[in-house]
Write a protein that binds this ligand. Structure first.
Ligand code: FES
Length: 647
């Protein structure tokens, strides 16, 4: 008879194994990642799986709980002392007796932080760079004068297969006391993703150490976002964010570069500020997650090129001017300690590669998360900030560029603009007949024309317009005929509506007659036109490089993308024509990419390879950019059609 067939879910990997094989060994052989710290001693409980009951005819398996061994004495003991959730088994102890379907619990679920769109849960298969390995080291023997550390290495090789182990130097003076404190039973943390490709002992604890955490962090110019994750289960223990304190040196990226150029100690001050903020945020997520920061052993960071350089203490001046030379574009590794990050002394820090001078490791993170290079159809990925990072491609070819959109989409340069915060108008509709507006305000649960709005808004106020509403109000003004295709507010409309106000030679639209008064001026509309033209021209350039006139799907990364309505973005011609059902906001995709690289080191190799393949387009060097830019000033565009909008 054939050996039993074992199928692992959710990966679908399967194979045949002799009766009596531990489930953990079968998983190992198939490359299914199941954690194990104690090395099969049934003490760590990290190797838990559940055996599914049911008929898996599709995989030619009729699963039954009878096909797995009864709990043995060690597993029984673990259950008694530590408890096992219903249906869970220790895969190191449970033996295969017949065909099986084994479910490997996947604890990492990223809930795309999308506010209004359907959230999609995503699982990340785990294969972290750090592994905890418990061993029992031989006691010293006068007849065999091998050092304590050397005997530790020997048993790590014997029990766990680690060859050619290196040791983090800070551990060497501590080895003897740790071994004795643990009565020769110790847990070593092995990092197997070092530059040197040698596995490294980066941590050592007496006895069984059963927790290891990682940090995934996205350093944005405005916000720093962070996840704290268990490297052993993949569970996200806490997620949080803080504003980037570098804002006090300059609101946008270029003003921070200028600050470095103008001030002798500017670079140091900004490096110190961002590292302090990262340390503070680590403290915050650790407190929320109930985790000791010294249990953090691995970290992955993404950032735009200027944040990336400043975080590492590199002068970003070269990035402020053509040819926008990065000091380093490849992926990087550090000892976290060496760049003042206060976690475990042996923790490592990995930075994703930068794509180009203005397309950073954050775009690489978003590219990893959304995977244009994994698609059969043409995917457009845009992250809109003061600089739009644009990636376009599919399986065959991916191109990338950045485009200087300026801060208008973030509410800067707009007369009543503000960041998305309570009091900001976030949605706008204009009645095409009466030309009266109605709007929604962040923090107020009603439309402005609904009963009780005034009372509801009393505590919050109506303070300005945020990025999403600027897009909507300009689009609505266009749709209701208040502005022409060229973006000019039509003064003749003043006869039809008292909301059209004259200021000198131009006109504006009164959106809210309160304190403060909120108007949309001709200058505001110009600022939006310039920003959207820059974005569209960049996209169009990449479409030309790809030889396509149509994109099949659009992914908006970043906060701005989460709030704008794709229809309005298309009405204004911010993005090219596309089936609206295929336009999606994906939240902080850069952070998701960092998390993927943290939990699975294969993703590091994947994005390093893809970034080296991506063709970088420098918009400033492209003669057609200007032409696309001028065409895109019109609403929605002077030359390009938007058939999807007519549907
Ligand atoms: Fe530790 Fe199974 S490997 S309990």
């Amino acid at each position: 008879a054939k050996d039993p067939l074992v199928l692992f879910m959710p990966s679908g990997k399967r194979g045949r194994f002799p009766v009596g094989t531990p489930v953990l060994d079968a998983a190992r052989k198939l490359g299914v990642y199941v954690e194990s710290v104690c090395g099969g001693r049934a003490t760590c409980g990290r190797c838990q799986v559940s055996v599914q009951e049911g008929n898996f005819a599709k995989h030619k398996i009729v699963s039954s709980l009878d096909h797995i061994s009864e709990k043995g004495p060690k597993e029984e003991r673990y259950e008694k002392v530590r408890g096992l959730p219903e249906g869970r088994r220790l895969s190191c102890s449970a033996l295969i007796l017949g065909d099986l379907v084994v479910d490997v619990p996947q604890d990492t679920v990223i809930n795309a932080q999308v506010v209004r769109k359907a959230a999609t849960d995503r699982h990340i298969e785990r294969n972290p760079a750090v592994q905890l390995c418990y061993v029992e080291v031989d006691e010293p023997d006068m007849h065999k004068p091998l050092g304590d550390l050397d005997r530790l290495k020997a048993v790590l090789e014997k029990d766990w297969g680690w060859k050619d182990l290196a040791v983090a130097p800070h551990l060497i003076p501590e080895v003897q006391s740790i071994l004795r404190k643990g009565n020769w039973g110790v847990t070593a943390a092995i990092h197997r993703d070092m530059d040197s490709s040698r596995p490294f002992i980066i941590g050592l604890w007496p006895g069984l150490k059963n927790e290891a955490y990682g940090i995934a962090c996205d350093i944005g110019s405005t916000t720093i976002a962070m996840h704290l994750v268990s490297l052993l289960s993949g569970r996200i223990a806490a997620s949080s964010g803080t504003s980037n304190p570098q804002i006090r040196f300059g609101e946008d990226l270029m003003s921070r570069v200028s600050y470095v150029m103008m001030n002798a100690d500017g670079r140091e001050a900004m490096t110190k500020a961002v590292r302090e903020a990262v340390n503070m945020l680590i403290g915050k997520v650790c407190e929320e997650g109930g985790v000791d920061r010294h249990d953090i052993l691995d970290m992955v960071f993404v950032a735009n090129p200027i944040m990336h350089h400043l975080f590492l203490g590199i002068d970003p001046t070269e990035l402020g001017q053509a040819p926008f030379a990065l000091a380093v574009s490849g992926a990087l590794q550090y000892w976290a300690y060496d760049i003042d990050i206060e976690v475990n002394r042996g923790a490592r820090l990995y930075l994703l590669p930068c794509i180009a001078g203005h397309v950073g490791a954050d775009a690489a993170g978003a590219t990893l998360a959304e995977g244009p290079y994994r698609q059969d159809r043409m995917m457009l990925l845009v992250d809109v900030g003061t600089n739009a990072e644009i990636v376009l491609g599919h399986r065959g070819r991916v191109v990338a560029a950045s485009s200087p959109t300026g801060p208008a989409f973030e509410g800067a340069e707009i007369s009543s603009g503000q960041r998305a915060a309570p009091g900001a108008i976030e949605r706008v509709r204009i009645d095409p007949v009466t030309l009266e507006p109605r709007f929604r305000v962040i923090g107020v649960d009603k439309w402005s024309d609904e009963e009780g709005f005034a009372e509801a808004a009393a505590g919050v106020g109506v303070t300005g317009i945020c990025g999403s509403a600027i897009i909507e109000v300009v689009a609505e003004m266009y749709l209701s005929g208040l502005i022409s295709e060229d973006g000019v507010v039509d003064g003749a409309m003043a006869a039809r509506s008292p909301r059209i106000l004259q200021n000198g030679r131009t006109f504006s639209y009164l959106l809210h007659d309160g304190e403060p008064r909120i108007t949309v001026t001709q200058n505001d509309i110009r600022a939006i036109q310039l920003a959207k033209s820059a974005l569209y021209a960049g996209i169009k350039l990449l479409m030309e490089k790809q030889g396509v006139e149509h994109v099949d799907m659009i992914r908006f990364a970043g906060a701005f993308g989460s709030f704008i309505d794709p229809k309005y973005a298309m009405v204004l011609g911010l993005i090219p024509d596309c089936d609206l059902a295929e336009v999606k906001a994906v939240g902080n995709a850069a952070g998701t990419g960092a998390l993927m690289a943290l939990l699975n080191r294969d993703h590091r190799r994947e994005i390093e390879l893809e970034v080296s393949r991506i063709e970088k387009i420098e918009t400033a060097l492209e003669p057609k950019f200007q032409e696309h830019f001028v065409n895109a000033m019109a609403l929605p565009n002077k030359v390009d059609a938007f058939p999807e909008l007519a549907k």
